[in-house]
Design a protein around this ligand. Structure first.
Ligand SMILES: Cc1ncc(C[n+]2csc(CCO)c2C)c(N)n1
Length: 224
């Protein structure tokens, strides 16, 4: 199966994600508040691009149940995840407005939009899958470590991604992707694996860029 294969092929990267200092600090609650806000601001911008890629998958799906799933996920990305964000970001208000979109956030968002515009439908599905699957994997691992202590500063983030309803949507995205891969040509399957790997690498980079509060190296000459 495509998903089992790609999970094995990305196991070193997954270990690096689980061991990344941003992720471990998110889990034990020690993550600096400003670093988390930086991440949330970037994530809000990423979610707009991601929702468009999901909407494109919905347009391109041959099966109407799949089309409904992608459209529903686009809605979730824009509405439910925004709600998670506003709970955290409203506390900071205007400070968030001064944070420029990071090079990594722009690269990941641009990759998804380019894929949505010009790649075959199965490749779009593979490109959006890491976003679902990796967040569920990290969310459940953090819940196992942190428990469901409501006083944990990032409890809402952990419970969003360890929720059984979210797990069901991840299973759905995997099942669609496996079905598309089974019917795809070897070239398309390889393009799917490439797209999955690229997006998974960007997931690591997204956390790493937030940890470093990545800015533009050209900022001293041109405001980003
Ligand atoms: C960088 C980044 N990657 C993945 C997610 C998680 N996520 C965003 S939209 C969506 C599907 C519909 O809810 C999921 C699982 C995130 N927030 N930020």
């Amino acid at each position: 199966m495509f998903c089992d294969d790609i999970w094995q092929r990305t196991s070193d990267l997954m270990r690096a994600i689980h061991e990344h200092p941003f992720v471990t600090a998110l889990g034990d609650g020690s993550l600096d508040r400003d670093t988390f806000v930086f991440y949330m601001v970037q994530d809000a911008r990423y979610l707009e691009a991601f929702a468009k890629a999901l909407a494109a998958a919905s347009v391109r799906a041959g099966d109407s149940a799949d089309a409904a799933f992608w459209a529903q996920s686009a809605h979730t990305a824009l509405v439910a995840e925004r709600e998670l964000h506003s709970g955290y970001i409203d506390e900071l208000g205007d400070a968030a407005k001064g944070i420029a979109t990071s090079p990594t956030c722009l690269a990941y968002s641009s990759f998804l939009q380019a894929t949505a515009l010009s790649e075959p439908y199965p490749v779009i599905a593979a490109a959006v899958l890491p976003c679902f699957w990796i967040y569920q994997d990290v969310g459940t691992a953090l819940l196992a470590k942190a428990g469901d202590d409501p006083a944990h500063p990032y409890a809402k983030w952990i419970s969003t991604y360890s929720d059984p309803e979210f797990a069901a949507s991840v299973e759905r995205a995997k099942a669609i992707t496996d079905r598309l891969a089974a019917a795809a040509s070897p070239d398309t399957r390889e393009a799917m694996a490439q797209a999955y790997g690229r997006a998974a690498a960007y997931e690591w980079m997204f956390w790493d860029s937030a940890w470093r509060r990545e800015g533009w190296p050209t900022a001293e000459w041109l405001a980003p």
